[in-house]
Design a protein. Structure first.
Length: 398
């Protein structure tokens, strides 16, 4: 509870400071107090993402309450929300809780320093209350409660009418309450990226980027899994038509590992994108990435990460919205990114993910949403499984 207390002090201080800034420096202010209540249920055929033949069905039911405060003037924006939620499982496994509480708090601010320069910052805090499970005097699972905090700050400035620079720094920390679990799963990631954009013509923009990233895990059994990476690249953004924009960036990424037994490495860095308004009510977004990334599977330190995703959104009517999302992801894990004493083998993990969603406004502030998720994972380094899940939610805004 001490973490929550400190967080609430920060949030309340931010609200007070925002009001002072508005009242003293920016004249009349706009205030918006809002909120929502959302009830949802999710049914899945694979509760634990288990291999074929070991799947267990489950239904999750939950409720999420959200309160919003938004204070805005021409120069300043302060946006705060707090959303506690409760989840109940119909058929938890021996190492799962039937009931769980989650907390989600976000504070975002923007400050227009001059006509050409803007500062921004955001902090988002999550807490999952997932206590230990004891049955018949036997502890089946240690306390898996954790906090996650993500913070970012940036500055964007037009140095001339055609030249823009943007600097952003980000930090993420995940911290488990239980020390033994923390040894395996605590993580910290910090990054900074500087990008420059030069408008070369009405349809063409040149892009240059430099950045650095620090990835850190708890030292477990004497094994270090952290690394520092540095990257840079050049790219172009081309407006093919008034409604279609292409962008691409190519560069290099170098990594230095905390474990002295792992050699440093250099990898290509590629970012590709497409934005298109196919019609007045239809939008398409496609992105592709190849980079060196932090490892999702123990005991690997890093991975070569390839992903391609597409998101199609259609406002079919004023009340009905439809969307389709699909992603293909390839994670390549190499034995030479693992301490030699662990004798790990190289392997790949491929993921295919698809989500279909439909939202309908019953009333101006009442929305019902139905979605379907399909996930297929084929892994040499973790679990291979398929999973289907369907969700039905009802949301009332205030």
């Amino acid at each position: 509870m001490s973490r929550m207390t400190r967080l609430l002090v920060v949030v309340l201080s931010g609200v007070v400071l925002g009001n002072v800034v508005f009242a003293q420096e920016n004249g009349p202010e706009k205030k918006l107090f809002g909120g929502s209540v959302e009830a949802w249920g999710t049914a899945t055929d694979n509760r634990d993402s288990s291999p074929d033949g070991m799947e267990e069905d489950n239904i999750d039911v939950g409720i999420r309450v959200r309160g919003d405060v938004k204070l805005e003037t021409e120069a300043v924006l302060l946006d705060l929300y707090y959303a506690p939620s409760y989840r109940w499982r119909s058929d938890p496994s021996d190492i799962q809780n039937e009931n769980e509480w989650h907390h989600d708090v976000s504070l975002m601010g923007k400050l227009k320093v001059t006509e050409s320069t803007e500062l921004r910052a955001r902090e988002r805090f999550n807490y999952t209350d997932d206590p230990d499970i004891t049955e018949g005097g036997v502890n089946l699972r240690r306390d898996a409660s954790y906090i996650m905090n993500r913070a970012s700050a940036g500055i964007n400035s037009f140095l001339t009418e055609t030249f823009n620079v943007d600097l952003v720094a980000q930090h993420m920390i995940k911290d488990y309450d239980d020390g033994a679990i923390a040894d395996n799963y605590n993580e910290e990631i910090g990054s900074a990226e500087l990008s420059a954009r030069k408008k070369m013509s009405e349809s063409l923009v040149g892009v240059a980027m430099l950045g650095a990233e620090m990835v850190s895990y708890e030292k477990f059994n004497g094994i270090e899994r952290g690394y520092d990476s540095y990257f840079g690249g050049l790219g172009l953004e081309h407006k093919l038509t008034p409604t279609v924009t292409l962008n691409g960036l190519g560069g290099i990424q170098a990594a230095e590992y905390d474990d002295d037994t792992i050699d440093s490495e250099v990898s290509p860095l590629v970012r590709l994108g497409l934005k298109a308004n196919l019609a007045e009510s239809v939008a398409l977004l496609v992105n592709g990435t190849y980079k060196l990334d932090n490892a999702y599977s123990y005991p690997y330190t890093s991975q070569r990460h390839t992903s391609v995703f597409a998101n199609l959104m259609w406002a079919a009517t004023e009340a009905l919205g439809l969307s389709a999302f699909a992603e293909y992801r390839l994670e390549e894990y190499e034995a030479d990114t693992v301490n030699p004493g662990l004798n790990a083998a190289s392997g790949d993990e491929t993921t295919v993910l698809a989500v279909l969603s439909a939202s309908y406004k019953i009333l101006s502030q009442t929305t019902v949403t139905a979605s379907y998720l399909f996930e297929d994972v084929d892994s040499d380094v973790s679990m291979t499984f398929t999973r289907n899940a369907g969700t039905l939610a009802l949301k009332q805004e205030f």
